[in-house]
Design a protein around this ligand. Structure first.
Ligand SMILES: NC(=O)c1ccc[n+]([C@@H]2O[C@H](COP(=O)([O-])OP(=O)(O)OC[C@H]3O[C@@H](n4cnc5c(N)ncnc54)[C@H](OP(=O)(O)O)[C@@H]3O)[C@@H](O)[C@H]2O)c1
Length: 248
C-alpha cells in the first residue's frame, strides 16, 4: 500500500524521543517531511541530524509556552511551504496517587499536556491542506485508569472528547482528528515508571502479547493514521497496547 506521504509535511511535537521520535522517523522513511520539537536543544539537533536536514526541521520549544504553537506552524510553512497534519505528543504528567497531586502539578500538566495540545491543534487547522489530519498521543488511561498515574487519568479522557469534538467540527472540511492510546511501549518514559525488573515482568504478563511494544510499532500506526491512506478514519481512539485494555 502506498501511504502517499511523499512531499507531505507534519508537525511532531515531543518528536525528539520516544513515541514522537519513532513517528517522525517513520514519516520520513515514507517520504514525508517533518518539523520536530522538544525542550532540549541538543536532542532537537541530534534528531534533525539523524533524520536528515533536507527532510526534518527542528524547533526548540515547550508545549506549555503559549507562543509555541504559532512558532511550529510558521516553521513548517517557512521551511517546507505547507502543512498536512500533526502528531501532538509531549512528556507525560508526573506519577502519583490522586490525593497527593498538588495544585501546581495539576496546573503544570494541564498547561503542557492539555492546553499545549489544544493550542497546537488550533494553530495548525487554518494552515492544513484539505485531507489533513491531527493525532493526539493520549494513553489507555483515556478508557481505564492506570494505578499511580492520577493526573494522566484525569486529563486524557477530556482530551479524547476534545479530539472527538474537533473531528465533528473539522470533518466537513475533510480534516480528520483522532487519538492514539499507547499502552506500554518501551520508551524512556515507560522504563522510568517501572520500579524494577520484577515490576516490568508483572506488567508484561498483563499484556496479551506478553511484551512491551517497540516505539517503532507505535510509529507505524501513527504514520498510517496521519496519511491519506487512512482517509475514512476520524473521531476514533486507537489503542496501541498489545491487547492490554480490558474494554472494547
Ligand atoms: N510510552 C508509552 O508506552 C506511553 C503510554 C501511555 C501514554 N504515553 C504518553 O505518550 C506521550 C509520549 O510518551 P513517550 O513515552 O514518548 O515519552 P518520552 O520518551 O519521555 O518522550 C517525550 C518527548 O516529548 C518531549 N517533551 C517533554 N515535555 C515537553 C514539553 N513540555 N514540550 C515539548 N516537548 C516535550 C521530550 O523532549 P524534551 O524532554 O527535550 O522536551 C521527548 O521528545 C506522553 O504524554 C506519555 O505520557 C506513553
Amino acid at each position: 500500500m502506498d501511504l502517499t506521504l511523499a512531499g507531505r509535511v507534519y508537525l511532531v511535537t515531543g518528536g525528539t524521543r520516544g513515541l514522537g521520535r519513532a513517528t517522525a522517523s517513520c514519516l520520513v522513511e515514507e517520504g514525508a517531511r517533518v518539523v520536530v520539537s522538544g525542550r532540549d536543544a541538543a536532542s532537537v539537533e541530534q534528531t534533525v541530524s539523524a533524520l536528515g536536514d533536507q527532510h526534518c526541521a527542528g524547533v526548540v520549544a515547550d508545549n506549555a509556552d503559549p507562543a509555541t504553537a504559532e512558532r511550529l506552524v510558521r516553521a513548517a510553512l517557512d521551511r517546507f511551504g505547507r502543512l498536512d497534519g500533526a502528531l501532538i505528543s509531549v512528556g507525560g504528567p508526573p506519577p502519583g496517587p490522586a490525593l497527593a497531586a498538588t495544585d501546581e502539578q495539576w496546573r503544570a500538566a494541564f498547561e503542557s499536556v492539555f492546553l499545549g495540545a489544544v493550542r497546537v491543534a488550533r494553530a495548525a487547522v487554518p494552515a492544513l491542506t484539505d485531507g489533513g489530519a491531527l493525532a493526539f498521543v493520549l494513553s489507555t488511561s483515556t478508557r481505564s485508569p492506570i494505578a499511580g498515574l492520577a493526573i494522566s487519568n484525569g486529563l486524557r479522557p477530556g482530551l479524547a472528547m476534545l479530539a472527538k469534538t474537533m473531528a465533528d467540527e473539522l470533518g466537513p472540511r475533510g480534516v480528520r482528528v483522532l487519538g492514539l492510546l499507547p499502552g506500554r511501549l518501551a520508551t524512556d518514559r515507560t522504563l522510568s515508571l517501572d520500579a524494577d525488573e520484577q515490576a516490568r515482568r508483572g506488567n508484561e504478563n498483563a499484556i496479551p502479547l506478553r511484551r512491551y511494544g517497540d516505539p517503532a510499532e507505535f510509529g507505524r500506526v501513527a504514520t498510517f493514521v496521519l496519511s491519506p491512506a487512512a482517509s475514512y478514519l476520524t473521531g476514533c481512539m486507537i489503542p496501541v497496547d498489545g491487547g492490554a485494555l480490558r474494554t472494547i
